[in-house]
Write a protein that binds this ligand. Sequence first.
Ligand code: UD1
Ligand code: CA
Length: 463
Amino acid sequence: MGLLTVILAAGLGTRMKSATPKVLHAINGKAMIRYVVDAVRALNPDKIIVVVSPGSNKIQDALKDDRITFAIQREPKGTADALKAAASKLTGKTGTVLVLSGDTPLVSQSTLQRLLTIHKSRREDLSILSFMVEGDHAYGRIMREGGSVISIVENRDADREQKKIKEVNSGIYALESSVLKLLKKIEVNPGKGEYYLTDIVGLSARNGFRVGSHVLGDETELTGINTRKELCMAGLYLRDRTISKWLERGVSFVDIKSVFIDRDVEIGMDTIIYPNVIIEGESTIGKNCVIYPNTRIVDSTVGNGVTIKDSTVIESSIIKDAASVGPFAHLRPDSVIGASAKIGNFVEIKKSVIGKGAKASHLSYLGDAEIGGNVNIGAGTITCNYDGVNKFKTIIEEDCFIGSDTQFVAPVKVGKGAYVGAGSTITKDVPPLALAVSRAPQRNFDGWAKGKSCKKNHKSSKG
Ligand code: UD1
Ligand code: CA
């Protein structure tokens, strides 16, 4: 018989204090619910049902490619009511139902698998995944009598003695579909005005079902995320885990506590990462790179032996082997920096291809440009790519030399090997090997400043 899975995600998440649904808050660049969906998907279930609230389509949008059945819980009347909403999608289906919370993202596939194995081998009707925790917390306590589970008491309803119980509920259960009929017997909790799914445990035990609770993970794995603090702590935990993985694989970090690397990032051996570096999304960093401080790289591919100097932002771009970018450079989306090219101080590049060995070392804006190999772009060069309505291309073929402070009024093309004199505004194409100069000729007026009053000012300001 197949496996049916239900992920509860229709709660208000009020403790998060956010306009975004709680389960869409990201940890290490990935929404909480996506972790749960991925762990569940690895079990190869027949069906994944996600219970959501009406009105907001944000969760459906975020999971639209995941072949998921959505069940709507009309009002957030508690976890039992949420499972009831899912049960309506299960009519006629029998077998084991794995119930999870969308706010318990770090649970691993192997722990879920162990719960299902125990559930089956012990022939239980309802198996609770539990963990041990001490001190102050808000988890439901697993109540036992003579070793057998008799119920779960929620923290807010627990007395002093019950609060001392260390085994707590993760909110993840494996149950037989026959147990679902007990949902309608759950009464509203007078304290909170909600229908508690945890009440199904006592009901099952009293109705002759086999109930078990199994400590199969610890709090780090089974933590429920209800607040921004818990979200942040889970992020830091995953961050440490990711960095440990890269340390083991031969990547160096100067300060592991200030670096954030999303989980899908890849990094090559002997790369060195300085403090305050953030690498996000689907990024790949090659071997033997050096990434200096205060740099953010998003959805980008960096080749081998690349140097990224301080305070650089790289978005959806490609940097090829042995190139150097920064300090204070900004690669905006769809930029390709050729092998051994150099992009220097205060250079912004957008949707441009920079050829092999080309250089733009200082203070430039290159947008919608194609820059050939070995081109030298002088300081202050700007592509005027936008006329207020449309964007146009600048093409500079290989081996060109562009003098400082040149503006290219696109669309415009400079032929192979041409020179452009400093301070030029280039509005027409430049033929290969030509020199283009467009600035006004300089005129000197001999002796013109003699006796001018500002001369005195020059003198007095020197002191
Ligand atoms: C729940 C358990 C508690 C357990 C803890 C583990 C109950 C009553 N309590 O408490 O025993 O220790 O999880 O983390 O179940 N949800 C809905 N609809 C609702 C209410 C909640 O879909 O009307 C969803 C939420 O989106 C969330 C999950 O159910 O993903 C759990 O709800 P939450 O309010 O976070 O329960 P806890 O108070 O944490
Ligand atoms: Ca919770």
